[in-house]
Design a protein around this ligand. Sequence first.
Ligand SMILES: [Zn+2]
Ligand SMILES: [Zn+2]
Length: 666
Amino acid sequence: MNLLRVALDVPLALLFDYALPETLQATLGDRVVVPFGTRQRLGIVAGAASESEIPAHKLRPIASVRDDAPRLSPEWLELMRFLAGYYQRPLGETMIASLPPRLRSVKPLPRRSPRDAGAAGDGSSPARFVPSHVPTAAQARAIERIGATLGAFHAFLLHGVTGSGKTEVYLHLIARAIDRARQALALVPEIGLTPQLEARFRHAFPGARLAVLHSGLNDAARTSAWLAAARGEADIVLGTRLAVLAPLPRLGLLVVDEEHDSSYKQQEGLRYSARDAAVYRAKLAGCPVVLGTATPSLETWHNCLAGRYERLELPERASPGSRLPDVRVVDLRREPAEQGFAPSLVAAIGKRLALGEQSLVFINRRGYAPVLACHACGWAAGCERCTAHLVLHKADPRLRCHHCGAAAPIPRACPTCGNADLSAMGRGTQRVEEALAARFPKARLVRIDRDSARRRAELPRTLEAIRRGEADILVGTQLLAKGHDFPGLTLVGVLNADAALLSTDYRAPERLFAVLEQVAGRAGRRDRPGEVMVQTRYPGHPLFAALAGHDYAGFAASQLAERRAAGFPPFVHEAALRAEAKKLDSAMRFLREAARLVAVPAEVRVYDPVPHIVTRRAGLERAQLLVQSPSRAALQDFLAAWSARLFQTAPRTLHWHLDVDPIEFD
Ligand SMILES: [Zn+2]
Ligand SMILES: [Zn+2]
């Protein structure tokens, strides 16, 4: 009798033994239906065995083998094993959750209709490539260099300033991959960016079979695109992070556009980084991976400096005559803001209005924790145990370090200058719209953010109206920074940049630089030069000098030096254990006890637990503790042992998860 090991979507890290009846044929990578308890479940054959710990008479048989989708390849199984192991999730859960919902069901797919091509494009004619223009010298160099590595693993950073034509480089490389009868996978950070890129791909490759994969598709469309990828029918697969999990039997090129974007990290279930998974996939497939961005993540930059990734530069904007905007800081200590605006920024907006040009007021507002700061001298409360800033917890009331868990009383006055009027940074941007409307009563104001679903639904129309010039002043948050092109926009004013400089999250300056460079990239893309004005109380911060010089390398060098000195990633590796419970005490107790569950090796450091600043969410209190090690291998070994114990011992009344390489601290 044949024994197979089946992965099932249950919260256990093991595989389950089943007997394969002689009437059925199944092998590694097959989807099978098996009895589990009193019901049937869909599983994936992940191994074979010669004998089982389960006595033969108790061993249950596989009920059926599914042939409605291609068998999953050994390479795909290996990817799943890697992700489950690295991110500490059960293998079965990882595998099954990676399938489109219809293929997770025990019910077979409806029979394939002849029209079910999956990938659009008739595929009857070989894919032609229509480049949009002759590549610039820098583009041509990048195309030649990356093109020369097709057929072997190689990781590239394509570092190109905004408007430098990274997409054109991707298109040329995809054309070469298709020529070699290979599939290309292109990842974008946002669903909203897929239609734009899809149109560009379709235009460049008339007749190519293109499949689009993201979470916004209905089940039928997602299944059909996934099948087109998995059957090897699609030449190009374009999608958001989940597309990196699709099987691609002819994979020959991976592209990760805007690789620095935090939406590549999944924030629930398998908390994977699609960018890191893409690099691993390229290794498995033996093909190049291209990480493209104007503002690389410091991890990627560090990998280039260490020689693991090769860096290619596109230093100029692609369209002739177009140049990068001028960036200058507005010193709020000399020019105090009224209702949030420095007088010189108000004057600059007024000038644009008179010229009939557009201005964008960009509000840096992410979930930054409130840091206690002195507005008179710039002092900010810092942790004595590590170098992070302390966060004001009003409920306690105390200052707490969100990195190491240290706590301190709230000082009555600034320890540097004696000012008694200390307040938390990161406030005071609520009334920006009203303030602008009061100053410029005749201007047409448009606000763009993701605060309401209604606004989100209207977004494409709003953006089009802005492009047609039907707005004078745009007020927006992070959403506006991504990939939109407004030809009439010549001024960008940035409010509240300081919250990021004082943030407890060591990644905040990196994100601020990225978002400001992106926002700046919106200004003056055509013949009119753009201008960016950043309001700050810290005009001497190296971030602003780097921004003014569009000097990413300089900025990265200063940030990496700080991170090395402070012992933050990429010089150490991290994981966070988070807990949610009805009472904060239970979450904190769970974390404290978890820290003692297994022996901690010398190379690994487990910090004290910290309550979240906005603790209550959906009626639950949240807390987390951080684990750190300079050795990735030591951290991985510890996490494997730790999570096995956690899965065994954690109370069922409490939600917990491990986040490996976490990127959000709040
Ligand atoms: Zn002070
Ligand atoms: Zn600390």
